[in-house]
Design a protein around this ligand. Structure first.
Ligand code: IFM
Length: 454
């Protein structure tokens, strides 16, 4: 490979990703139940711009238009999520036939367009009644997820070849139950720890359910990962960065692949009590994952915090930063090299399992010019730099087989509402949801067509 010529393997899959609550809208249509994100976003003061996902991109009604856009850009894989309260409104009991029909229609339309349907079972929208019963810190929620998985597998299991179970379990447990800035908005570090254990149990249980589906699918985990850089070269900061690395990057993979939690994060004598571990849990958590999905945005800087941080023994203070001068519009550091670093690192950790990049992208908030064009050159530069690092990692032996840009569309960015735009396609929300392919979308189409980045 010469400088300026970054190639990808033959049959590499290019596509994009979205999530149900961020794009679907139709929050109370056709029998959909309430999720924790409906409740959270409807609570004044929780979302930066006071918005919510009630309508979002209205993809519930416009999915055909969105699939046509993907096809026009040459995409071959679409990572979307299934809304739990749309298919099982209270998180328990009977399925909602209209909700399942929607995902059948989406799946069939993708297949017809020659695009791989790649669903995620859970992208953060827990049915509210399950949160009222204790949410993820309540271990019963694991069985609820397995039941929901079985409903979805019965309905779609004949036509899906690859499933992901959770999206970013670290983010929804930490930000939802510890920091409290995402739904359900709790600030309880010990509840967060319990939540992580329930999620690991649920992952193993749902894995077995999905593996039994008709199409004999591959089933994987999607985790958000990042290099954890020590704030200084002191022994204490370096050890803290290692603890944070294991807690964030390995916490939801080791239980599946090894049947145990990473060492040296929690005090060994208190693990069972803090996580609520019971006899047999190691086997329940195990899942021989067929692939691992990795999401990458930006690294962390970590320092030792002997004063503690609410998690017994963890003693870290971590910042979502890389010390870079340049930032995206939502203030995240731009550090493409971190993509290469974490891919090498995670690949060494998980062994020869295939990897998919399930999310990677940037928030830039350019709007259309007078002619209606969106010249988002900064996003092109961001993607180009990251794709070069990805190509380097692949050349160095990391077995990555797919890349999903986050996101296909500008959408509801959780606590940031609609203030941050990640899309390759601009969405004019007040103007009848008009979609406009940005310059970055056209550029991405040329990358896909050439299967290389210059
Ligand atoms: O929008 C989110 C997505 O839902 C999960 N990963 C990070 C994205 C950007 O913040």
């Amino acid at each position: 490979m010469s400088a300026g010529d970054f190639r990808f393997p033959k049959d590499f899959l290019w596509g994009s990703a979205t999530a149900a609550y961020q794009v679907e809208g139709a929050w109370n249509v056709d029998g959909r139940g309430e999720s924790i994100w409906d409740r959270f976003a409807h609570t004044p003061g929780k979302i930066k711009d006071g918005s919510n996902g009630d309508v979002a991109c209205d993809s519930y009604h416009r999915y055909r238009e969105d699939i046509a856009l993907m096809k026009r850009l040459g995409m071959k894989t679409y990572r979307f999520s299934i809304s739990w309260p749309r298919v099982q409104p209270t998180g328990k009991g009977a399925a909602n036939a209209k909700g399942l029909d929607y995902y059948r229609r989406v799946t069939d339309a993708l297949l017809e367009a020659g695009i791989r349907p790649f669903p995620t079972l859970y992208h953060w929208d827990l049915p509210q009644p399950l949160e009222d019963a204790g949410g993820w810190p309540n271990r019963d929620t694991a069985q609820r997820l397995a039941d929901y998985a079985s409903i979805v597998a019965d309905a779609l299991g004949d036509r899906i070849g690859q499933w992901s179970i959770f999206n970013e379990p670290k983010t929804f447990t930490h930000v939802g139950y510890w920091q409290g800035t995402h739904a359900p908005g709790r600030s309880d570090p010990l509840a967060m720890l319990r939540a992580t254990h329930t999620v690991n149990l649920a992952q193993g249980m749902a894995f077995r359910v999905l593996k039994a589906a008709k199409a004999k699918p591959q089933v994987g985990a999607v985790v958000d990962v990042a290099p954890m850089n020590p704030a200084t070269s002191s022994v204490a900061d370096m050890a803290a960065a290692q603890r944070w690395h294991r807690f964030l990057n390995h916490w939801f993979l080791d239980p599946a692949l090894k049947g145990r939690y990473p060492d040296d994060v929690l005090p060994p004598s208190r693990m069972d009590e803090l996580l609520g571990i019971q006899a047999g849990d190691a086997n329940t958590m195990r899942a021989a994952l067929d692939f691992v999905g990795l999401n990458y945005y930006s690294p962390w800087i970590v320092r030792d915090a002997p004063e503690g941080n609410g998690i017994p023994g963890l003693n870290t203070k971590a910042e979502w930063a890389a010390g870079a001068d340049e930032k995206t519009d939502n203030g995240w550091d731009i550090y493409p090299r971190g993509f290469y670093e974490i891919l090498k690192d995670m690949s060494a950790h998980i062994g020869p399992l295939p990897i998919e990049i399930t999310e990677n992208g940037a928030a830039y908030n350019m709007v259309p010019d007078k002619e209606g064009h969106v010249h988002d050159r900064k996003r092109i530069a961001w993607l180009q730099a990251h794709l070069r690092e990805l190509s380097r990692a692949i050349s160095d032996g990391v077995p990555v087989r797919a890349y999903h840009c986050w996101s296909l569309l500008d959408n509801f960015e959780w606590g940031e509402g609609f203030s941050q735009r990640f899309g390759l396609v601009y969405v004019d929300f007040p103007n009848r949801q008009k979609r406009t392919i940005k310059d970055s979308g056209e550029w991405y189409a040329t990358v896909i067509a050439a299967n290389r980045v210059v």
